[in-house]
Design a protein around this ligand. Structure first.
Ligand SMILES: Cc1cc2nc3c(=O)[nH]c(=O)nc-3n(C[C@H](O)[C@H](O)[C@H](O)COP(=O)(O)OP(=O)(O)OC[C@H]3O[C@@H](n4cnc5c(N)ncnc54)[C@H](O)[C@@H]3O)c2cc1C
Length: 388
């Protein structure tokens, strides 16, 4: 068993770490100040443009995109280091293109869709969203009721989606809808490429979320989509959607490792300096316990994440491992960040440190892309089988 990363993947991780340290970390105080004043968590346009320029010049675009549309086709194990590095900062920047929808498109596009959607997406020219959740179906997407029916060459979609990130900004949304009510998740759910300006696609309202994030409610009212924008095979949308969700869950585990590592580094810098009752905090057994547990659990989560990524790269089934890392890494990081906030005392409660934003992000991460309880249920079901 070889635990060493390939040299080129290690170098890529180092390069992204430098990009984070040199370009993203210096923006944190501006991001924190804007959020503290009640603004959304975001970057100003010139900041974003500069980051795009620098990251592009460093060759950090399209890292895991297919080569035939200009990507570097890097495996999942290479992306773990990239996402761990990005997870260390609260500056909200994603190296284009965002991987989950990329993987879904990659698995499903026709030649025409490749040119019209995948290629511009890889070039960083478009933004996408994913529309799965509905008011009555979140953790269990098989309960969705938004439905699509054929009308001549077109599809007509009706229903309501909620909690959709980027729905208002996205050039297109990958929208999941029922195409056969009897079959449901087993051959009756399809994916559609719905453009921002598609007739009947209405972004009804923004919903402010914890941590400065925003999601949207979307109404589909006789939304007309040309036939060629069906993504993948009719009725077979669930499997590529799971591939997409798995990609995000792997990313989230790596982000969590990055966040937890940052929080641990902050405790280790601060605890020896802060003296209470005549002794530095670093001499207190409770703080030492937090440090030791954090280091141990970060190590475990990192190894589990690499193991899962490696299995996916080998084409192995890793559904249970994906659930394990999504639940374990997000919950682990939540605990570590909470301990860091506690160790910093009142300073940990301020909006001047990144810890509160990390905590807020992790709070949401314990829900989206499957709540912790559902992932634990997946793991248990796998072990207990019919005895569940
Ligand atoms: C910040 C954010 C961004 C999001 N972005 C998107 C997006 O871009 N696109 C999209 O489609 N959706 C998005 N979502 C929605 C997200 O994926 C759902 O919220 C999530 O899947 C949970 O669904 P729900 O909120 O309906 O919770 P419910 O399904 O109502 O579940 C509520 C709670 O019940 C418990 N529970 C449910 N099932 C079980 C079970 N089997 N065993 C034990 N406990 C259980 C869990 O504790 C769970 O948290 C986003 C959500 C957030 C918070």
């Amino acid at each position: 068993m070889d635990f060493e990363l390939a040299e080129e993947h290690r170098m890529l991780g180092d390069l992204v770490t430098r990009f984070v340290d040199d370009e993203l970390m210096p923006l944190e105080s501006a991001v924190l100040q804007r959020e503290a004043r009640g603004g959304a968590l975001g970057l100003a346009r010139p900041e974003h443009e500069r980051l795009d320029e620098v990251s592009k010049s460093l060759g950090l675009w399209g890292l895991d995109a297919p080569e035939d549309v200009g990507g570097a086709n890097l495996p999942n194990v290479a992306m773990v280091g990239v996402n761990e590095a990005l997870g260390r900062t609260i500056t909200p920047y994603t190296l284009p293109p965002d991987s989950p929808n990329l993987r879904m498109l990659q698995a499903t596009v026709t030649d025409r869709q490749r040119e019209a959607y995948l290629a511009p997406y890889v070039r960083g020219e478009t933004i996408s969203a994913i529309g799965i959740s509905e008011p009555g179906a979140g953790a269990d997407p098989s309960g969705m009721t938004t439905w699509a029916m054929r009308d001549g060459d077109d599809w007509v979609i009706n229903g309501r989606k909620i909690w959709i990130s980027r729905a208002a900004e996205a050039d297109f949304t990958i929208l999941m809808a029922v195409t056969d009510k009897d079959k449901g998740a087993h051959g009756g759910i399809s994916a559609f490429l719905v453009d921002k300006d598609a007739p009947g696609f209405h972004v009804v309202r923004p919903i402010p979320m914890v941590g400065g994030a925003v999601t949207y409610e979307v109404l589909l009212e006789d939304c007309r989509v040309p036939g060629w924008k069906l993504l993948g095979t009719e009725g077979q949308g669930f499997a590529p959607m799971q591939l997409r969700l798995g990609t995000r869950r792997l990313e989230m585990a790596a982000w969590s490792v990055g966040m937890a590592q940052r929080a641990l580094d902050m405790i280790c810098d601060y605890a020896p300096q802060r003296v209470t009752f005549g002794h530095p905090l670093s001499e207190r057994q409770t703080i030492q316990g937090w440090v030791a547990d954090a280091a141990t659990e970060i190590h475990a989560a990192r190894l589990m994440t690499y193991d899962c990524a490696w299995k996916l790269d080998q084409g192995r089934e890793a559904r249970v491992e994906i659930s394990m890392i999504k639940a374990f890494a997000t919950e682990m990081a939540w605990r570590v960040v909470d301990h860091a906030m506690q160790a910093f005392g009142a300073m940990g409660m301020t909006k001047e440190l990144p810890l509160q934003l990390m905590a807020a992000k992790l709070r949401a991460m314990r829900i989206y892309d499957g709540p912790t309880e559902v992932h634990r249920w997946v793991v248990a079901r796998n072990l207990l089988g019919s005895k569940r």
